[in-house]
Design a protein around this ligand. Structure first.
Ligand SMILES: Nc1nc2c(c(=O)[nH]1)N[C@H]1C(S)=C(S)[C@@H](COP(=O)(O)OP(=O)(O)OC[C@H]3O[C@@H](n4cnc5c(=O)[nH]c(N)nc54)[C@H](O)[C@@H]3O)O[C@H]1N2
Ligand SMILES: Nc1nc2c(c(=O)[nH]1)N[C@H]1C(S)=C(S)[C@@H](COP(=O)(O)OP(=O)(O)OC[C@H]3O[C@@H](n4cnc5c(=O)[nH]c(N)nc54)[C@H](O)[C@@H]3O)O[C@H]1N2
Ligand code: SF4
Ligand SMILES: [Mo]
Length: 893
């Protein structure tokens, strides 16, 4: 169903906008088709991607349909007008504030909001409602990096830019699966390797696709990064590799930091021992770092999402300060941000420990912001961070909450508890674009329909401090409105009409830029005053800009700190003496393993958007758990089995993936699946969430865990044109397919029950069936007027029928040939498929690629030429390379 009103003529020039997924911030050209859809391609002029898009960006056009959108406001399930819903929000907040004080109202925001949305939310809460309790999913994402920047630089400043990746001779990737999570930056890194021989070192307990592509992979024990980088600092000091001038002129605290590092990692041997790495590997890494001046260290969630995430980041920054490798071309510590606007959220001050525009709570800062806003109720100190915030909700201390652009019932650690806590609130407001999320299902709420990508208008900031426009190219569907508008309306209803009266997003942006420059004589890093008077027209047409961009500056600044100038009082950076690493909870007999969680290549977070794309849903179709072969054997598990993974906080049933890339003792499961798309694959429920003492960021990578087989009698798939409810008792995961939707399932039932189910699902249809109850096999295709409407296969669990071939028959609505009809139920179809998807852009499966290699395509280019795999976005090239290596390896005989 497409309800988008035709907005722009199909022939109109493309709209320049920005990808709404990761923090790389790629430029996108969108060509609306006039029917609510659009063709997208990379913007060749955008300095983040120069025309490239990864698999997720390339498939954006598949996520624009309106069938599952929230299209009008509702109150406790009943449709309401915007006026009524906004009145209800204002009344709820006013009531909570009157009865329990303004601090009983809270906001839980998102790094996927636009800067303009974020700015208005922050201003409303911190200046007018008078509550400090504004936090965001960025707490789970990069708050440890923010804290580390502040400790080292006195400000939350990313010192470098993407060109440093092109110009580095050494790239160290710490706790980052860059190949899958920042694919376009990874392409730039591989280009650098091809052009200048850049070496890539990956540090991660799992051998990820990124690790596979690296020159050196260090599979360290979880949580031990601070030891490794302490060892590196000691090595640099002992080998005369310091930049003594830089240390003397621009830093403080070196001696203490080195002394602490020596205690944590006194020698190479001690470092190797504590990190579980081979001494040779550690030595090679240290030497590479010592001898390569142009070195960039990139880090993301393996560093941030950790009970000592801030220390990990500071241990890395220490090594760059000690060598003066910061702010110069091809050098620097580089926090890769996750969400498209993680940086924008930091700029407006949307974290509980910030006030606004990179200012905190010094009395003069509070006074400055108060005067600028004309704020009657300015807050004077920090609010609660995400984990504490939800605990306070559980205790009844927070009575009203506005959730915007995030799905905490899935993504918060201890997600079961978080979901239950929501029922304690008197007023819950949820601004959402997609219906049926786990958070929306958690309880009744005031639901406000948000604009989605393609409909929204505003700005986002990427990892290199570059602000790009997200531009509207589709008409707002239904009654959906901009998030900033809804927030401003509530501000007006609470009696602050004048302060919340912006006519458009450009006006909000101007105010935000003006605040950054207000009484800022170079003492605050974040300064956008150069665009504080930008006209509506210029805002509409602006090219990406980098900050700082002070008044009168001709352009933004690409790098900072090459010659010091830090934002501490004495303008010196600080070395930080870090603590010896220790994971929050020890493993035990009951929970002998650890659960690491993260991401897969083609899915985004809780699947509300990538889950709509058949191509993106094919790469990984079920929630799974990676395990080392030895652990699998010890627990009686084989590839493809289902296993129950338990932690002290929750449990999930996941498909087992046995891989030597997993570290012994460490499980890995993706965070993506929710109750909306699987019976029990919601991994957030299992995460411990012990918080980092400095940043408050929860640990999501090392929860003590147990695993055991979860046997089922049968496995199978069910494909239908429209979604159907899975029967009680099934384990299932749902994926979007071309022309249909599919359930991969496991059940204690057999052929007879499967047959009965198909009869019930398709009462008027003609069923072609094959049943062998004795062997537990059942296959069925359902036709209505000759059109294929359903297909099912069920077999004993060990056989796991694959749907790869059957899926293909749903791509068309045409009548099927008799041979195709026979193939569908003969079981032959199963083996005729092309196997699991590797290339999402050209829909090329594993089987096809293997056959292509066998037929003589012996390079990535040759495979591409023969079957197109890897020729569009390139996200799958690492996987193709791996298949080539496996196929072409000399056989042992
Ligand atoms: N495809 C895809 N891309 C995305 C996203 C997505 O959902 N899907 N989300 C975006 C967002 S918001 C974010 S934050 C980023 C995250 O991007 P990444 O940080 O690259 O992704 P993760 O998979 O969460 O974790 C990275 C790695 O940290 C490793 N790790 C775990 N523990 C440790 C440790 O103790 N030390 C070290 N060194 N490594 C460890 C994990 O094994 C994992 O491989 O991705 C962004 N890009
Ligand atoms: N176990 C585990 N948990 C994790 C992580 C992990 O690695 N492991 N990673 C953490 C990290 S780094 C992150 S960033 C979080 C992400 O976790 P979430 O932010 O909870 O995940 P999303 O699915 O991106 O949720 C965004 C929601 O906003 C909705 N939405 C989309 N566009 C708009 C809009 O314009 N306005 C509004 N109002 N709503 C919109 C989407 O439909 C979706 O429901 O997860 C965290 N949780
Ligand atoms: S790397 Fe991919 S997901 Fe990230 S911004 Fe670029 S196209 Fe979007
Ligand atoms: Mo994130």
């Amino acid at each position: 169903m497409n309800l988008h009103v035709p907005d722009l003529a199909p022939e109109a020039p493309p709209v320049r906008t920005t990808c709404p997924y990761c923090g790389v911030g790629c430029g996108v050209l969108a060509r609306p088709d006039g029917e609510g859809g659009a063709r997208v391609e990379g913007d060749p002029d955008h300095p983040a991607n120069f025309g490239r898009l990864c698999s997720k960006g390339s498939a954006l056009g598949e996520t624009l349909s309106l069938g599952d959108r929230v299209l009008h406001p509702s109150i406790d399930g009943a449709r309401a007008t915007w006026d009524a819903a906004l009145d209800a929000v204002a009344t709820g907040f006013r009531r909570a504030a009157a009865a329990h004080g303004p601090e009983s109202v809270a906001f839980y925001l998102s790094g996927q909001l636009l800067t303009e949305d974020y700015y208005v939310a922050n201003k409303l809460a911190k200046g007018f409602l008078g509550t400090p309790h504004v936090d965001t999913n960025s707490r789970l994402c990069m708050s440890s990096s923010v804290a580390a920047h502040r400790r080292a630089f006195g400000s939350d400043t990313v010192p470098g830019c993407y060109e440093d990746l092109d110009g580095a001779d050494l790239l160290v990737l710490v706790g980052s699966n860059t190949a899958w999570c920042h694919p376009i930056l990874f392409r730039r890194m591989l280009d650098a390797r091809a052009k200048r021989g850049t070496r890539i070192v990956t540090i991660d307990p799992r051998r990820t696709q990124t690790g596979e592509e690296s020159d050196l992979f260090l599979g360290l024990k979880p949580g031990t990064d601070s030891t490794l980088f302490s060892g590196l600092l000691v090595h640099l000091a002992d080998h005369g590799a310091l930049d003594t001038r830089y240390v003397a002129d621009h830093t403080a605290g070196y001696d203490l930091a080195l002394e602490r590092a020596r205690r944590i990692a006194p020698s190479l041997a001690a470092t190797a021992d504590a990190t579980g790495l081979a001494e040779d590997d550690v030595a090679r890494f240290f030497e590479l770092f010592r001898t390569t001046e142009r070195a960039v260290t990139c880090y993301s969630q393996g560093v941030n999402q950790s009970a000592q995430g801030t220390d990990k980041a500071n241990a890395i920054i220490n090594c760059h300060l000690a060598t003066g490798r910061i702010g110069r071309p091809g050098m620097g510590p580089f926090s890769l941000t996750g969400q498209p606007n993680a940086m924008g959220g930091r700029e407006v001050g949307g974290l509980a420990n910030m006030l606004a525009a990179h200012m905190h709570f010094l009395p003069e800062e509070v006074d400055l912001v108060r005067r600028f806003w004309g704020a009657p109720n300015i807050i004077t100190g920090e609010g609660m961070k995400a984990v504490s915030l939800f605990e306070a909700i559980e205790r009844g201390k927070i009575r009203a909450l506005w959730i915007m652009g995030t799905n905490p019932a899935v993504s918060m650690p201890r997600a079961d508890r978080v979901r239950a806590a929501l029922s304690r609130l008197d007023t819950l407001v949820i601004s959402e674009a997609i219906a049926g999320t786990d958070t929306l299902r958690a309880r009744n709420a005031i639901v406000l329909p948000a604009l989605a990508w393609g409909e929204k208008d505003g700005t986002v900031t990427n990892s290199e401090r570059r602000i790009s426009r997200q531009r509207r190219f589709l008409a707002p569907p239904g009654e959906a409105r901009a998030d900033w508008w809804a927030l401003a309306q509530v501000g007006q209803r609470l009696g602050f009409a004048k302060s919340f009266a912006w006519p458009n997003a450009a006006a909000v942006f101007r105010e935000h830029a003006a605040l950054s420059g207000f009484e800022n004589a170079g003492t605050r890093d974040f300064d956008l005053s150069g665009v504080a008077e930008i006209t509506d027209a210029a805002y509409d047409s602006t090219a990406p800009i980098q900050w700082p961009l002070p008044r009168k500056a001709k352009s933004g600044q690409a790098r900072l700190f090459a010659e010091g100038g830090f934002f501490t009082r004495d303008r010196r950076a600080r070395f930080v003496a870090v603590q010896a690493p220790k994971l929050a909870d020890a493993t035990s007999a009951a929970f002998p393993l650890r659960l690491n969680t993260g991401r897969v290549r083609d899915h985004w977070h809780t699947l509300t958007r990538t889950g709509k794309s058949p191509r993106l849903s094919a790469h990984r179709a079920v929630p799974f758990c990676e395990i080392h072969p030895d652990d699998a054997a010890a627990h009686g598990l084989a590839e493809g089995d289902l296993a129950r993974v338990r932690t002290p906080y929750g449990a999930a049933v996941l498909e087992v993936v046995v891989t030597p890339g997993a570290q012994k003792g460490l499980l890995f499961a993706p965070m993506h699946w929710s109750e909306a798309n699987t019976s029990s694959g919601r991994v957030g429920a299992l995460a411990q969430g012990a918080v980092d003492p400095v940043s408050g960021q929860p640990e999501l990578k090392a929860t003590p865990a147990a695993i055991a087989p979860e046997p089922y009698r049968s496995r199978g798939y069910l494909i239908t044109r429209d979604p159907v409810e899975a029967p009680q008792g099934w384990w299932w995961a749902r994926a979007t397919l071309e022309g249909g939707t599919g359930l991969i399932f496991a059940t204690q039932e057999g052929a007879a029950e499967a047959g009965a189910l198909m009869q019930a699902l398709f009462p008027g249809a003609s069923l072609s069936q094959y049943a062998d109850p004795a062997c537990g096999v059942y296959r069925c295709a359902a036709f209505e007027d000759g059109r294929l409407v359903g297909a099912m296969a069920l077999a004993p669990a060990a056989e796991r029928p694959s749907w790869d071939a059957a899926k293909a028959f749903f791509r068309t609505q045409e009548l099927l040939e008799p041979t195709a009809r026979r193939a569908l139920i003969s079981g032959r179809a199963e083996s005729a498929g092309t196997g699991p998807l590797v290339c999402a852009c050209h829909t090329v499966g594993l089987g096809t690629i293997e056959a292509t290699i066998k037929a003589g395509a012996h390079s990535v280019e040759a495979v591409g030429a023969a079957c197109k795999a890897g020729t569009n976005c390139g996200s799958c090239i690492p996987e193709i390379r791996k298949l080539l290596a496996a196929a072409l390896a000399p056989s042992p005989a």
